[in-house]
Design a protein around this ligand. Structure first.
Ligand SMILES: Cc1ncc(COP(=O)(O)O)c(C=O)c1O
Length: 361
């Protein structure tokens, strides 16, 4: 079976982990600091704060920006649940704006309509590795005095107008094993804001700057040196992984682009899409059904994924909170999207099998 995702673990990662295990410092230590410095340099910001997941990165970034009870934070409903949940964790209220039909990222026109006196921040998501419309979003935020916390959990190395994802205001990354680079579990906050760094570092470690002196309420959200050693090895290779993903996506676009009823992914001008996911849409126009295509691909030995079958505002928990507004584009698109394998380990035979199976369908 061709897997939908495959972590790219080589000898460098194995050697890095063994050397940490031998060092005796296996929780947060010098490797975490080294990884933070290297990742900040990669993104093009002055600071990076490592945490133990992308969810933790979002949670800490929001708290460090002073978001809490009584505040509203606007985000997309077409994302992994962690984006919206991180807002709930702070006591603030997630407000959803609908998505753009082409990129599946937040629609900046709808976003502007959702701004109220209570709005404090925007969380755009770089879905599937395609950057959100960061230029327009930063302009809106500047005009309306809002914070921007970019959920770049799927977008390591993505670019908008020559600037890397995570370098606009505050960026949050995930290093979960299916992501374009991994630390096993792990996350990172990136920023140029020195004030935010101190707050975030305290929040990840029980509110203390000096050990056993606790000035604020914090958590244990630290990354381990074991994870950081994996991350350091991965960071050296992530651009090569990405090039392979872009090539695979280009091949699939060429093979699938003319099939009626299939909509292939688009990269907007001035953007670098890093294809965390290669996601087509199966429209019903020609009697095609996503479920039948999934069955056909699975039978041919190809794994697929649906990210995400239910927008956040339709999730049972959010319905129980009273969310009843409709976001028609997100609702329609979630019924059509289908992600195909695009990871760097695919062979030309794998790519041929995927496109032939869809072509035959
Ligand atoms: C868009 C998005 N936001 C947040 C997260 C949360 O990251 P993690 O799973 O590392 O907590 C993910 C990871 O799946 C994600 O894809």
């Amino acid at each position: 079976m061709i897997p939908i995702a495959k972590p790219q673990i080589g000898q460098e990662e194995i050697d890095g982990v063994i050397s940490v295990l031998r060092s005796g410092t296996i929780a947060e230590g010098p490797k975490v600091k080294e990884f933070e410095e290297a990742f900040a340099k990669y993104v093009g910001v002055s600071h990076a704060i490592a945490v133990n997941s992308g969810t933790a990165a979002l949670h800490v970034a929001l708290l460090a920006k002073g978001i809490g009870r009584g505040d509203e934070v606007i985000t997309t409903p077409f994302t992994f649940i962690a984006t919206a949940n991180s807002i709930l964790f702070t006591g603030a209220k997630p407000i959803f704006a609908d998505i753009d039909e082409t990129t599946y990222n937040i629609d900046t026109n709808d976003l502007q309509k959702k701004i109220t006196k209570k709005t404090k921040a925007i969380i755009p998501v770089d879905l599937y590795g395609h950057p959100a419309e960061m230029g327009a979003i930063m302009d809106i935020a500047r005009d309306r005095g809002l914070e921007v916390i970019e959920d770049a959990c799927q977008a390591h190395g993505a670019e908008y107008a020559g600037k890397k994802a995570g370098s606009f205001d505050v960026g949050c990354f995930s290093f979960y094993p299916t992501k374009n680079m991994t630390t096993s579990e792990g996350g990172m906050i990136t920023t140029d804001d020195k004030g935010l760094v101190e707050k975030a570092m305290a929040l990840r470690s029980h509110g203390s700057k000096v050990r056993y002196y606790h000035e604020t309420l914090g958590f244990n959200l630290r990354m381990t040196d074991i994870g950081a050693a994996i991350g350091l090895a991965q960071l050296k290779k992530v651009d090569v992984f990405t090039e392979k993903r872009i090539m695979n996506a280009g091949y699939l676009n060429e093979m699938l682009g003319d099939i009626p009823g299939i909509v292939t992914p688009v990269t907007q001008p001035g953007c670098k899409h890093v294809f965390h996911q290669y996601t087509i849409r199966v429209t019903e126009e020609y009697g095609m059904s996503r479920d039948n295509l999934v069955k056909k691909l699975n039978a041919a030995g190809v794994s697929t994924g649906v990210y995400y079958p239910l927008p956040v505002h339709k999730q049972p928990y959010y319905l129980s909170l009273g969310y009843d507004e409709s976001h028609p584009v997100a609702e329609r698109i979630s019924g059509q999207v289908l992600s195909l394998p695009v990871h760097p380990s695919l062979s030309s035979g794998d790519l041929g099998l995927i496109s032939r199976t869809i072509g035959g369908f």
